[in-house]
Design a binder for this molecule. Sequence first.
Ligand SMILES: O=C(CO)[C@H](O)[C@H](O)COP(=O)(O)O
Ligand SMILES: [Fe+2]
Length: 223
Amino acid sequence: MKYIIAPSILSADFGNLQRDIEMINQSDADWFHVDVMDGVFVPNISFGFPVMAAVKKHAIKPLDVHLMIVEPDKYIEEFAKAGADRITVHYEACTHLHRTIQLIRSSGCKAGVALNPHTPVTLLQDVIEDLDLVLIMSVNPGFGGQAFIHNTYKKIKDLKTLIQGVNENLIIEVDGGVGLQNIAALVSAGANAFVAGNAIFATDDPTETIAKMKQQLITSINI
Ligand SMILES: O=C(CO)[C@H](O)[C@H](O)COP(=O)(O)O
Ligand SMILES: [Fe+2]
């Protein structure tokens, strides 16, 4: 099983975006986490296709696109064209989730579903075999820099149970309030991909913080 660090560019300095992209390129990080917010599904607006295409132009690692938008079906093809490698939609935003997953797959991307803190993992039971990734929101979506919700550990364990014998290669991604203080405990619970915005970009040396997170991962796996 591969373990992934995905810095969220939501916390990057948009005035120095290319510098921050290069930092991630040169670091121990594995993916770019790209948070798209529409001001409807979440009470915030981040950025759309032009910014994503600009990131793609410079990024040498895969783009992990987290869509916090209503009616994602309308835009999946365009996100794929703008350079998404993985597209994750919210369970709460999809009326026909199975169709949406098919759409992501047919656009050539890996498919993920994100769950808000109040949404139980059991609701994914009938699509779990069709997924590459489940993103467990460990904060309420919409903003970086929020406090981690402790119930996330239980949800990771519930998801581990759900995928047993069905889709054991599924990536379990945790997003929100993740950093050096909890990454080891999240690995022990069963997560294998870690999004971090504030915990990386609010430090004096983001490259060093990513290296420390990776080191914590390696240490936790080998215990
Ligand atoms: O999806 C998100 C917000 O909705 C972000 O990916 C997440 O909040 C990362 O930021 P931080 O690590 O600062 O909590
Ligand atoms: Fe995110």
